[in-house]
Design a protein around this ligand. Structure first.
Ligand SMILES: NC(=O)c1ccc[n+]([C@@H]2O[C@H](COP(=O)([O-])OP(=O)(O)OC[C@H]3O[C@@H](n4cnc5c(N)ncnc54)[C@H](O)[C@@H]3O)[C@@H](O)[C@H]2O)c1
Length: 245
């Protein structure tokens, strides 16, 4: 995919899927704004610079409305435009409904769903002025199938799908594509906490018989933000080794 001259913002790019997405976009030619929150994004930035692309790190808690606005302003100050936004930042705080604390509900919804609202609202202002842009929201297989012990996470991820389709309808005439990717189980810190037994039970449910790699998601992002996906909007692309069809 050719992303030379494009500027991409990726949230939650310090590690895992977000880091792989930022790196893949840079490999395809984009300059990057990456956010860091709790964990440092310096390693991701170093890798991006090592292949000759420009990158800035902006400290951002996506659940804070003002942070999201400031991040996009930093992008405009440094690069003068925003072509691509990948809303990747996310957390889980798992427990069954009877034990779930209100805090666990609030923090997952605030970061996973309100965070996407905050960043999309801030970026779309510039994309509308530029008369074009690509937005990709990272949802989850769990947002479609549900999962015991993840009612907060599933609700946030299902919310992302409704948000994606609505904003896609609003922005289609402005030449802005808005899509979602629903990863299955991907090898990152988020799934590292699963027991070996849980991992092998889950693997039995995956026709491709393996968890995905962060790069499997990054490849799909690169396609969706490229000119080759200009007629795709409002879609949820499932990248899950066949676990959900
Ligand atoms: N790993 C999986 O199996 C899987 C499956 C489906 C969907 N996802 C989704 O993919 C995305 C990335 O997950 P991952 O597996 O790479 O997890 P991860 O824990 O490795 O990375 C999460 C990233 O989000 C950032 N983040 C957390 N809270 C933030 C906040 N308030 N503001 C800004 N950044 C914040 C973290 O700093 C980190 O960079 C998440 O949205 C997750 O829900 C992951």
């Amino acid at each position: 995919m050719n992303l030379h001259g494009k500027v991409a913002v990726v949230t939650g790019a310090s590690k895992g899927i977000g880091s792989a997405i930022a790196m893949a976009l840079a490999e395809d030619g984009a300059d990057l704004v990456i956010t860091e929150n709790v964990s440092s994004a310096a390693d991701t930035a170093k890798k991006i610079e090592s292949i000759g692309k420009n990158v800035i790190i902006v400290k951002t808690d996506v659940s804070r409305y003002e942070d999201a606005g400031r991040m996009m302003e930093s992008c405009i100050e440094r690069f003068g435009r925003i072509d691509i936004l990948v809303n990747n930042a996310g957390i889980n705080r798992d427990s069954i409904i009877m034990r779930m604390k209100k805090d666990d509900w609030d923090s997952v919804l605030n970061i996973n769903l309100t965070g996407i609202f905050n960043c999309t609202k801030a970026a779309s202002k510039y994309m509308v002025k530029q008369k074009g842009g690509k937005i990709v929201n990272i949802t989850s297989i769990v947002g479609v199938m549900g999962n015991a012990g993840q009612s907060n996470y599933a609700a946030s991820k299902a919310g992302i799908i409704g948000f994606t389709k609505s904003v896609a309808r609003e922005l289609a005439s402005r030449n802005i594509n808005v899509n979602a990717i629903a990863p299955g189980y991907i090898i990152t810190d988020m799934t590292e906490v699963l027991s070996d037994d849980a991992k092998s039970e889950l693997t039995k449910l995956i026709p491709m018989e393996r968890f995905g790699r962060p790069e499997d998601i990054a490849d799909c992002v690169c396609f969706l933000v490229s000119e080759r996906a200009n007629y795709i909007t409002g879609q949820v692309i499932h990248v899950n080794g066949g676990m959900y069809m």
